[in-house]
Design a binder for this molecule. Structure first.
Ligand SMILES: *Cc1c(COP(=O)(O)O)cnc(C)c1O
Length: 361
């Protein structure tokens, strides 16, 4: 079976370095908010090209902390794509704000910038963009809208570590961005982890305090904060793996190029990109009409797949109040989408096999 994503194999490549760094943390006797966290934050900020990186417990918390940092609350509206992983939307509703769903562009699966302006009201505070599957959102029009209506832009960059829009990386395209380092992401920890990137001095300071019990210095609490910190062990592991992120993303791009040039089955809709550097292929998602049958066929022929995602947020039990709403493009994508194996440790033999199996269907 060709694995969808072999995490063991991914981490095995850096086993010695990871073991050495974990040992160093163990020996230091300091496990939270220490030098490893500082070092990784500095290196990741430099990689993204921003002034600040603030480590936190996971990607959902990163988005949550940005919303808390801006002080958005009950009654405030935040525009968000209808076609996203539910975390983007949960971060908004967890803070009592109202998520305003916008349909995606069927070609990129990202929010359709042409449909944003009509959703803006007096209560709109921000636009959250999601660089879905690893492809950077085309920001130009969204920047113009945000400027015109004085809105903040928040990036959900949980799937797009290293992708570019024009000459800047995701995480440096807006007011603030949330990253996840969940093990399966392009830069993944060995457990939960996340961070916020921003160039905003005031926001950075505030988020750092909120994430640590609202405390600016020990036992001095200026906000009703939360506990969301990046462990020293995870920071050390991420700092090792960050060095290989570009290399890994380049291998993903190579595989994506091969898939796009060699999968020639007219029943399969391949992903589209608007620029080579825009996509880091966290997920290689294709569309087919008869998905269940297709998935079974792949399984029987040794190709493991996944569906990102089978049910859109507005059809989930968690959002019963939205269940009767209709977002036809989002629903079409959710009905047809299926993700094929994509990871930097796939061999040429494996990608050849995937192509062969897909072309025969
Ligand atoms: C993974 C993911 C998140 C959440 O990250 P966690 O670290 O699992 O909390 C948020 N948004 C998107 C788009 C994601 O893919």
């Amino acid at each position: 079976m060709i694995s969808f994503l072999d995490l063991y194999k991914i981490n095995e490549r850096s086993r010695q370095e990871i073991e050495d760094r974990i040992k160093k943390v163990l020996n230091s006797g300091w496990y939270i908010l220490g030098n490893e966290c500082k070092t990784f934050e500095k290196n990741f900020a430099k990689y993204i090209g921003v002034k600040y990186c603030i480590g936190c417990a996971n990607g959902l918390d990163a988005l949550n902390l940005i919303i808390k940092g801006y002080g958005f609350k009950q009654g405030d509206e935040i525009i968000v794509p209808a076609n996203t992983y539910i975390a983007s939307i949960l971060a908004i509703s967890e803070n009592g704000c109202t998520p305003i769903l916008v349909e995606p562009d069927i070609n990129t699966y990202n929010i359709n910038p042409d449909l944003i302006e009509e959703k803006i009201t007096k209560r709109t505070k921000a636009i959250m963009v999601v660089h879905l599957y690893g492809q950077a959102v085309q920001m130009k029009k969204i920047w113009e809208i945000a400027k015109k209506y004085n809105l903040k832009i928040i990036e959900d960059s949980a799937q797009a570590h290293g992708a570019y829009y024009e000459n800047k990386r995701t995480g440096n395209l807006a007011d603030a961005a949330g990253f996840s380092f969940y093990p399966g992401k392009n830069l993944g920890a060995l457990g939960d982890a996340g961070c916020i990137t921003t160039n905003d001095d005031e926001l950075a300071e505030k988020i750092r305090a909120i994430a640590n019990y609202g405390s600016d210095y020990k036992y001095h609490h200026i906000y009703k904060g939360v506990n969301s910190r990046l462990d020293e062990i995870q920071a050390a592991i991420l700092d090792v793996k960050l060095k290989y992120l570009d290399e890994d993303n380049n291998r993903r791009k190579e595989i994506a190029k091969f898939y796009r040039e060699n999968i020639v089955n007219p029943k399969i809709i391949l992903p589209k990109t608007y620029a080579e550097t825009s996509h880091v292929w966290h997920i290689f998602a294709i569309r087919v009409q008869d998905r269940d049958k297709f998935q079974k066929y792949l399984e029987q022929n040794g190709v493991q797949t996944n569906i990102h995602y089978p049910t859109p947020p507005h059809k989930q039990g968690a959002y019963k109040e939205w269940n009767s709403l209709c977002f036809p493009i989002t629903e079409k994508i959710h009905n047809e989408i299926i993700s094929i194996p994509m990871s930097p440790v796939m061999t040429n033999n494996e990608i050849n096999q995937v192509v062969e199996v897909l072309n025969v269907w």
